[in-house]
Design a protein around this ligand. Structure first.
Ligand SMILES: Cc1cc2nc3c(=O)[nH]c(=O)nc-3n(C[C@H](O)[C@H](O)[C@H](O)COP(=O)(O)OP(=O)(O)OC[C@H]3O[C@@H](n4cnc5c(N)ncnc54)[C@H](O)[C@@H]3O)c2cc1C
Ligand code: SF4
Ligand code: SF4
Ligand code: SF4
Length: 355
């Protein structure tokens, strides 16, 4: 079976980790390299479109968005740059992001973002031995160059990660006071977890996650369904058919249902950045990306060396650069084309199978 490398937001990386750890309950999950992105929030395509229309901007005109100093800077295809304060974009922020407790993709092999490094560089958090080996080899072969992160950069990164966790923990507690449990924050020991989720099926996923605005639209449920009856055509997963008895694959794969404490614990949640080996600044001289181009460089290097056979990336629609398109590819040119951040939720796992 092909080995797959992926890039994704922290919630997508959590889903990948669940699908790998509980492969025996789902189906073979060939992702062997996880590159995570830092992520404070994401936007709803539909609401952002409406909100920006009110400001005279069409999403189709936007070729790039950079979030800097509390504002989103929209680069338009006519060369104009329009700055909108993040506060004004708040109503287009996805509801599921308000209860997210991970800023830096804590279960990735390597996590990458802009915060903490100068413009044109990326900050990389190396978390696993596999991640460390990839960084060393990519640097030796001149795909990337690295340097120590400066103290001010590290402090900023830690404080933003801590702020996200503090703010969203308050939101989790508020929601739980007035509504239903925020499942993924009900962390439990693995044996209890497996017992708890035994009988849960799509109807429970719908009630516990989708209907209460906790779905991150990752597509893990769709990929894991052995009956291939889950569809994500527009904004949320739907089912077309009957679930056979004893199947709970979608409930296990979902990063917003119960999670075992070997994956997320309230202890690691107290560490703003989770566990890691080292943090560096890096850039990729041969590649152009959102920041240092390091994601593109690492995935290209992994493909060229046969470390992975295919990579899962998020490309953009040629007519509408804001619209994210998940893509599974073995070609470096596709990885290069997918560079750049699309600030919109993407059912990334849809590209790995399902319907
Ligand atoms: C929704 C979102 C929010 C982010 N928030 C922050 C933040 O708060 N602070 C911060 O420092 N960094 C944030 N980032 C990460 C940052 O924008 C860059 O992606 C990161 O610094 C890597 O830059 P690069 O030049 O190395 O990546 P590039 O070489 O440009 O590669 C970027 C990769 O990201 C993937 N990608 C693009 N859009 C998506 C998407 N919607 N979902 C999954 N994968 C995608 C593409 O497949 C591409 O391979 C965010 C990214 C996303 C997608
Ligand atoms: S839930 Fe939202 S904030 Fe959290 S990782 Fe996913 S997209 Fe980012
Ligand atoms: S068959 Fe039903 S319970 Fe099983 S994964 Fe598919 S939707 Fe979920
Ligand atoms: S319901 Fe499906 S698409 Fe939504 S978060 Fe869970 S696994 Fe992802």
């Amino acid at each position: 079976m092909d080995k797959i490398g992926m890039v994704g937001t922290p919630c997508q990386i959590t889903a990948a980790t669940l699908m790998k750890d509980y492969e025996s309950f789902i189906k073979e999950f060939p992702v062997t390299l996880k590159i995570g992105l830092f992520c404070m929030e994401n936007f709803s395509y539909k609401y952002l479109k409406k909100l920006l229309k009110g400001k005279g901007i069409s999403l189709k005109e936007i070729i790039q968005c950079r979030i800097e100093g509390g504002s989103a800077k929209f680069h338009l295809n006519n060369g104009d740059i329009i700055s909108v304060p993040l506060k004004e974009l708040k109503e287009a922020m996805r509801k599921s992001c308000q209860i997210c407790m991970d800023y830096t993709a804590e279960q990735a092999d390597i996590s990458i973002g802009s915060v903490g490094s100068p413009r044109g560089w990326s900050t990389i958090i190396i978390r696993t031995k596999k991640g460390l080996e990839l960084i060393k080899a990519a640097e030796k072969n001149k795909y990337i160059k690295t340097r120590p992160i400066d103290d001010h950069g590290l402090e900023l990164l830690q404080s933003l990660a801590a702020k996200k966790k503090e703010k969203n923990l308050i939101e989790i507690k508020e929601r739980e006071k007035v509504a239903r449990q925020v499942m993924y924050w009900r962390v439990m020991p693995e044996t209890q977890y497996l017992e708890e989720v035994t009988d849960y099926q799509f109807r429970d996923l719908k009630g516990d996650v989708i209907d209460i605005g906790a779905c991150v639209l990752c597509g893990a449920c769709l990929l894991s369904c052995p009956e291939e009856i889950i569809k994500i055509e527009d904004r949320k997963p739907e089912i077309r058919g009957e679930c056979p008895p004893a199947c709970n694959a979608c409930y296990i794969a979902c990063p917003r249902t119960y999670v075992p404490d070997n994956l997320i614990s309230h202890e690691t949640a107290k560490k703003p950045l989770g566990n890691y080996i080292k943090i560096l600044s890096a850039k990729a001289p041969m590649f152009k990306g959102q920041d240092g181009g390091v994601v593109t460089a690492l995935l290209s290097y992994a493909l060229s060396e046969g470390i992975v056979d295919k990579v899962l990336v998020v490309d953009k629609d040629t007519q509408n650069p804001w619209k994210p398109i998940p893509k599974l590819t073995r070609h470096i040119e596709d990885v290069v084309k997918a560079a750049g951040t699309k600030y919109s939720a993407c059912p990334i796992f849809k590209a790995m199978g399902g319907s």
